[in-house]
Design a binder for this molecule. Structure first.
Ligand SMILES: *Cc1c(COP(=O)(O)O)cnc(C)c1O
Length: 354
């Protein structure tokens, strides 16, 4: 399928304008030089604009439109206590004039301060319910917490409201999300990036992405396969293991291909995931992540975050050091946002600064 047809198809979905697009695409030569390269770029989806930006703004343009079409006046979702998704849901809800109810999970290792994303959730007047969970909890699946979400939804219904249950990260087909809209928004993001790169005469060989709930990765996989088969998507997980994330990516990619009626398929070879760089698990900060955050900050003046992009950046740096990438490869790091969490983790970050 050609780009125009794919774009038209995506543009036929209802959408609420929430993001500042296109986000910038630029080389990061000072960072690249550290590794003896001159062909590393960054795509700034941390600059999508909605309440400090991040990848969830793109997803919410489609998902909020779906919620409004279903006549919802309250959106219910969940995530970790420093969830970027929840913060952007809270902001998007205000923009469209509905309520947000957030179910937030607190692991013992998470920061306990009302700072970063949690602070912003409160500023956006979202209702927040915080639940303490076990130290080993990885991700927060709907099947495990359904009873909590359902109880909240029933309360809202009893009070005369119409809830829309949105899955964590805007990814899996759970709750009221019955189309892979999160992934579709990232098919669109890839088209945007592809055209920007083309304008700068850059053919993208590798695209590095942070994966958490899977739909960003899935959307990129589908779009690359459809319009730029030479581009390999390399995902760094920050929570679940490789096998789990590969299954999410595959299922969401297949749902997206069928929803968009594309004539392609995603094979196991297309799904490249590293799960060895996430450290001690979702939301648990370590020194290596802080060193990676410093590396980009001190060369390019660009901030990454302690939960997602700092960890992916650490993985990317390891691959660069191991000479994983052929010399002529053009590599793009997709910055998916998350920077408000820096403030919640500042105490630990300061301890680890080199
Ligand atoms: C949610 C998030 C991701 C992961 O995106 P998914 O689509 O959930 O896999 C990556 N980076 C940041 C900063 C995020 O908030």
């Amino acid at each position: 399928m050609d780009i125009k047809t794919l774009q038209n198809k995506i543009n036929s979905y209802p959408r609420t304008p929430l993001a500042c697009l296109p986000t910038p695409f630029a080389p990061i030569p000072n960072f690249a030089k550290l590794f003896g390269r001159d062909n590393i770029y960054i795509k700034r989806d941390d600059q999508t604009g909605l309440a400090f930006g991040g990848n969830k703004a793109r997803k919410l343009e489609f998902i909020m439109a779906d919620a409004l079409n279903k006549k919802a006046d309250v959106i219910i979702t969940w995530g970790g206590v420093q969830s970027n998704w929840c913060r952007q849901v809270a902001a998007a809800a205000k923009k469209v004039g509905i309520k947000a109810r957030l179910v937030l999970f607190q692991k013992p290792q998470f920061p306990k301060t009302v700072d970063g994303n949690l602070f912003l959730d409160k500023l956006f007047a979202a209702t927040t319910d915080v639940f303490e969970v076990d130290a080993n909890t990885k991700t927060f699946l709907y099947k495990d917490i359904r009873f909590i979400i359902k109880a909240i939804a029933e309360k809202e219904i009893a009070a005369g409201h119409t809830p829309y249950i949105a899955p964590v990260g805007g990814s899996l087909l759970e709750g009221d999300l019955d189309k892979p809209l999160g992934a579709i928004s990232y098919v669109n993001a890839f088209l945007e990036l592809f055209l920007q790169a083309q304008q700068q005469n850059v053919k993208i060989d590798k695209l590095i992405v942070t994966t958490g709930s899977g739909s960003t990765h899935a959307g990129l996989l589908v779009a690359a396969k459809a319009i730029s088969p030479q581009t390999k998507i390399i995902a760094m997980t920050v929570g679940d293991d490789k096998a789990t994330m590969a299954q999410y990516a595959k299922d969401l990619a297949e749902a997206t291909i069928s929803e968009l009626a594309l004539d392609i398929s995603i094979t196991d070879d297309d799904i490249i995931i590293f799960d060895e760089f996430g450290g001690e698990g979702y939301g648990v900060l370590n020194q290596q992540t802080v060193a990676a955050i410093e590396c980009l900050a001190l060369t390019e003046g660009i901030l990454t975050d302690p939960v997602y992009t700092g960890k992916a950046l650490f993985g990317f740096i390891q691959l660069l050091k191991q000479r994983y990438f052929p010399k002529d490869d053009n590599i793009v790091f997709l910055h998916t946002g998350g920077t408000p969490a820096l403030f919640a983790y500042k105490q630990q970050i300061i301890e680890y600064l080199t």
